[in-house]
Design a protein around this ligand. Structure first.
Ligand code: G
Ligand code: G
Ligand code: MN
Ligand code: NA
Length: 255
């Protein structure tokens, strides 16, 4: 079978799972939330998102996959609330492909997931990439406005890798920039990376945007980013992406 056929079956049979990576507030050390990341295990072998997400995007399977991911992440957040006997003070971030923004009604999906699972939409973050803006700027702008009017927030993922016109940052209702791990991991020994991260942080500050550094693997890096004014961090220094059970345990241990 082709990978596309296998992926279609895995989506239909709900054999994909989500892993949840903690996002930490750098000033307080508190858990800001979690990023939901799709996982696919076939016959005991993990297939990397870098392999199957492009296949999903090329085949259109990203539409059902993305719909499922938003629903499943929201359902999990609600399950954690019930388990804790309280509304967890954390946000759940879900990745949204440019193709979903162009071809699906993401704001309606978001509203439905929040309603069905009884989760305040303010607790949901949609991570969009610059490629969504480049693909169809008008449509992306409309979708972003609608997402914000539902109450969710928007993070621009992989920031710095997508060649978008920086003027969009000012016009679009973006709440946060996620600094791609290619600039963050190993930045301490690399003056060019430090310069890029500093530039992104000052741009974000000037525009009133929060920032999340990805790929934070060491204490020293987390301290440097905090000193530079970065809002949040995620990476192996805190935790790898965890299954729902382990992510809940991580939250419990920290609270
Ligand atoms: O799982 P990993 O941490 O290797 O993630 C690799 C990339 O795959 C992420 O940065 C993200 O861009 C993408 N990805 C993971 N899950 C999803 C998903 O549910 N939807 C979309 N569109 N992309 C995802
Ligand atoms: O959606 P996005 O492309 O941002 O996903 C981030 C990817 O990076 C995921 O595949 C995740 O497993 C991985 N990742 C998360 N934290 C770290 C880290 O600290 N170091 C490295 N090298 N990779 C990480
Ligand atoms: Mn992401
Ligand atoms: Na990213």
């Amino acid at each position: 079978f082709t990978i596309e056929t296998c992926l279609r079956r895995a989506i239909e049979a709900e054999r994909l799972t989500l892993a949840y990576q903690p996002v930490i507030e750098l000033q307080t050390g508190e858990i800001s939330g979690f990023e939901a990341l799709a996982r696919w295990r076939e016959d005991g072998v993990d297939i990397a998102p870098s392999t199957f997400i492009p296949v999903a995007e090329e085949s259109g399977l990203i539409l059902p996959l993305g719909r499922w991911a938003l629903d499943e992440a929201t359902r999990t957040l609600r399950a954690w609330d019930r388990r804790a006997g309280m509304t967890l003070p954390v946000r759940m971030a879900v990745n949204v492909s440019a193709i979903q923004v162009t071809r699906d009604d993401v704001p309606a999906m978001l509203e439905e997931a929040a309603r069905v699972h009884n989760v305040a939409p303010e607790r949901l973050v949609l991570e969009l990439t610059e490629s969504a803006i480049v693909a169809d700027p008008d449509r992306a702008a409309k979708a972003m406005e609608a997402i914000r009017s539902v109450g969710a927030t928007i993070a621009l993922d992989d920031f710095g890798t997508g060649y978008s016109n920086l003027a969009y940052l000012q016009r679009l209702p973006i709440d946060a920039l996620k600094i791609d791990q290619s600039f963050v991991t190993g930045m301490l020994g690399d003056r060019d990376k430090v310069a890029i991260v500093r530039a992104v942080l000052s741009l974000a500050e000037a525009l009133g945007l929060r920032t999340t550094a990805e790929g934070v693997e060491t204490l020293e890096l987390s301290q440097t980013l905090a000193a530079l004014g970065c809002t949040r961090a995620q990476g192996y220094f805190y935790a790898a992406p965890l299954d729902a059970e382990a992510a809940y345990a991580y939250w419990s241990r920290s609270n």
